[in-house]
Design a protein around this ligand. Structure first.
Ligand code: SIN
Length: 315
């Protein structure tokens, strides 16, 4: 394994990587977030010679990821990265919202050292569990000289925080970086780098303090365009009280006329609206006559986080 010689800190948050099932043949009927970080590390004898620090930050199925956990996680990552003897941080996480946590951490921390999220598609009790190899690979990436920014490692592929998205419900290689392609591959503990590490997002400067200090996080909801879409969902959200709306449009961010009218009305009433696409690949390309701003290439879930951070910086 390539290592800088500095300590790697493993922060655990739960997920399938820490999940257990009653039978080794059961890859779906398990309970996520059961094993502690010490058990995850102890399952990999090759880590005995690697200088590691471990910390259990949370223990959740990532479908239940919360802003409170994000706040704690961002603070712990920031704490460890500030130590001179720490080379990088690895975060074990569920696959279901991993791309959101990755984007959030890149946006609020823009770290100069590597922060590597990893996960598993099969529980730790599976006949062929993928978690130990993913964790080993993530530690190798975190220890690679020159590594920086937030990335995700799964099935030997390194994805940047901006691009990574879960694309498959079951396969071990569940993530894709879409058009951007992966940052690299991990092969026998060595990184084969294909392109640059994630860059800081200039739209999110000062975002950590804003997020950590917030009395209340802005409420931003996602609505979707589809056949028969209309104004009702937007009207209900407006009546309930919402600070921002992201719309997952069809194709190049197109919207049913009824939904678009409701979103334009919300925008006129001061609610920020951002237009993304429900397409898994590509980005919304802006046109001069667009009524609603596009998401600058962000998927709906990432555009939502960007809008929350923007609203916090405007507050
Ligand atoms: C989770 O996201 O915590 C459960 C699913 C997974 O990790 O694959």
């Amino acid at each position: 394994m390539q290592v800088t010689g500095k300590k790697i800190v493993v922060l655990a948050t739960g997920g399938t990587i820490a999940g257990t099932a009653a039978a080794a043949t059961d890859n779906i009927g398990y309970t996520a977030a059961q094993l502690g970080v010490q058990e995850l590390v102890a399952a990999i004898p090759a880590l005995a010679s690697v200088p590691l620090e471990t910390e259990q930050v949370a223990q959740v199925d990532s479908k239940d990821m919360s802003f409170e956990i994000w706040r704690e996680l961002a603070l712990r990552v920031g704490h460890w990265l500030a130590q001179d003897d720490v080379g990088g941080v690895v975060i074990t996480h569920g696959t279901d919202t991993l791309e959101e946590t990755a984007y959030f951490l890149q946006a609020v921390l823009a770290p100069a050292k590597p922060v590597v999220l990893t996960c598993a598609m099969r529980p730790a009790t599976a006949l062929l569990a993928d978690g130990p190899q993913n964790l080993l690979d993530a530690i190798a990436v975190a220890g690679t000289p020159g590594a920086s920014g937030v990335v995700a490692v799964c099935a030997g592929v390194v994805h940047g925080a901006l691009d990574v998205a879960k694309q498959h419900t079951y396969r071990l290689d569940a993530f894709s970086s879409g058009d951007a392609g992966p940052i690299g591959f991990v092969e026998e503990g060595r990184l084969r780098l294909l392109r640059d590490w994630p860059m800081p997002d200039e739209h999110a400067a000062g975002a950590l303090k804003n997020f950590v200090d917030a009395d209340r996080w802005p409420r931003v909801e996602i609505v979707m365009n589809h056949a028969g879409a209309g104004a009702a969902v937007v009207a209900a959200l407006m009546a309930h009280g919402v600070d921002g709306l992201v719309v997952a449009g069809t194709g190049n961010g197109t919207l049913h006329h009824g939904l678009e009218a409701a979103l334009c009305q919300a925008q006129a009433q001061g609610v920020k609206v951002v237009r993304s696409t429900r397409c898994a690949q590509g980005r919304v390309l802006a046109k001069p006559d667009d009524n609603l701003p596009d998401s600058r290439g962000l998927s709906p879930v990432k555009a939502r986080i960007a809008l929350i951070l923007e609203l916090l910086s405007d507050a």
